[in-house]
Write a protein that binds this ligand. Structure first.
Ligand SMILES: [Fe+2]
Length: 439
């Protein structure tokens, strides 16, 4: 039995990486030698169609102790009642409305990252690979000799409490709040709770992979910079022990038993790999004279939908920043969008909702449903003296999709939904009486 525990990362977003956990395990100058070093098996993991254009084509070559065909046996379907996939539309549940939840509490029963997944919304269709689902994970225990992969989705993890280790086929990623991890479709991993209990948000992307947004006139720098994304170096387990692999495939869950660890990639090269990103390295760009730009200015990652500029998912970050705009209503304005917005609070206070949207909390503003600052936030921002002000102690994010988001039975009926959320706009007054000069 041998294991490696190298905790190192390689910088860059979507680079063509190469890494080996044992010397000379990686073939040079070719992908598939007649015989690989150490008796390893060569295998390609493709994240895109073979013929996808060069700029989008993603695949990695793995040199592993056993080929992946040895990492599954006969599949058995299992129930995972809290992890839903789109379309999941319950005719008794009303998704039309502005919704907000308190943090999802931990279960009385121990849960791991997979069994503790609670779906909040689904959008699109997992079978046609469009749309997404949003989840909260509540994890109190590590997966031991248990592994998982999702054939359905790329998974974006946003921790809010606790620390997690993703031991993946391609290396080890540790994350904590203020960091995120991206696990590509098809990648096998085990999740350990390094510090628990662990809770956080997940965006399950059924469509094209997350990419960095174009910066347009912003130029070559700021927002999320590629070098701040970190991909792990190769790490493997040579462990012959009864193990369980759970597979999410077309919205259904399957289990298969094997007699060894599937995390047996000794060396790999390619551009299809997991990564982590520290949200504190996001350099926000904003208004420096007047008006409030569209929130797209804070996009960290975008997953295209096929319609240019209309994302399947945007991952948008509202972090600490200076507010300096003059003669301007500084919080987000009132609005009604075609996009559907699910927000989560990682820590601190969100400027448009100073009360009620607390760390671990979630809000949903669905397609063509108006929303905006609550009454106290409006009054404060309309009357406050506009000095340069640091918005400190704040980190919230948004999973925004072009598809309407549907509540699940869990989020509508079991989760701590705030029944009075819509009242936050009750105190907004009519100020108009036709008199010129009234403000
Ligand atoms: Fe909004």
């Amino acid at each position: 039995m041998a294991e490696t525990h190298t905790m190192k990362y390689m910088p860059g977003f979507g680079n063509d990486f190469e890494t080996e956990a044992l010397p000379n395990a990686l073939p040079q100058g070719m992908n598939s030698p007649q015989k690989c070093e150490y008796g390893l098996y060569a295998e390609q993991l493709s994240g895109t169609a073979f013929t996808a254009p060069r700029g989008q084509n993603e695949r990695s070559w793995c040199y592993r102790i056993r080929p992946s065909v040895k990492h599954t046996g006969k599949f058995q379907k299992i129930g995972m009642p809290y992890w839903k996939s789109a379309p999941c539309i319950d005719e008794d549940i009303i998704s039309l409305g502005q919704y907000r939840w308190d943090p999802i509490p931990y279960s009385e029963h121990e849960t791991n990252f997979i069994s503790g997944m609670r779906t909040i919304t689904t959008a699109g269709d997992v079978n046609t690979q469009v749309g997404m689902a949003t989840h909260i994970y509540i994890a109190t225990k590590s997966m031991v000799n248990e592994y998982f992969y999702s054939a359905d989705s790329e998974i974006l993890v946003v921790p809010q409490e606790g620390r997690l280790r993703f031991a993946t086929e391609l290396g080890i990623i540790d994350i904590e709040p203020k960091e995120i991890a991206i696990l590509p479709r098809g990648l096998v991993y085990r999740v350990e709770v390094l510090e628990g209990p662990a809770r956080g948000f997940v965006c399950e992307n059924y469509g094209q992979k997350f990419d960095l947004p174009n910066r347009g006139p912003i130029g070559a720098n700021c927002l999320a910079n590629p070098r701040d994304f970190k991909t792990p170096v190769a790490a493997f387990e040579d462990k012959d022990v009864a193990s369980k692999v759970t597979v999410k495939w077309c919205g259904q869950f399957h289990e298969t038993m094997i007699n060894h660890s599937p995390l047996d990639v000794v060396a790999w090269h390619g551009n299809y790999a997991p990564c982590k990103y520290d949200l504190r390295t996001f350099s926000p760009v904003g208004s420096i004279l007047f008006d409030h730009p569209d929130p797209s200015i804070f996009t960290v990652l975008t997953a295209p939908s096929g319609i240019e500029g209309t994302a399947n998912i945007d991952f948008v970050l509202f972090r600490e920043r200076w507010m300096v705009a003059e003669n301007t209503f500084r919080p987000p304005w009132y609005h009604k969008n075609i996009m559907s917005e699910l927000m989560g609070n990682i820590y601190g206070v969100y400027d448009a909702k100073p009360d009620g949207f607390i760390p671990g909390g979630i809000s949903l503003h669905n397609m063509m449903l108006p929303h905006g600052p609550d009454a106290p936030a409006f009054e404060h921002a309309s009357n406050d003296k506009l000095i340069a002000e640091k918005l400190d102690n704040t980190m919230s994010f948004m999973f925004e999709t072009r598809f309407p988001q549907h509540l699940t039975p869990f989020s509508a009926l079991e989760a701590p939904l705030q029944s009075t959320y819509q009242n936050c706009w009750d105190a907004i007054e009519k100020k108009f009486d036709g008199t010129p000069g009234t403000k």
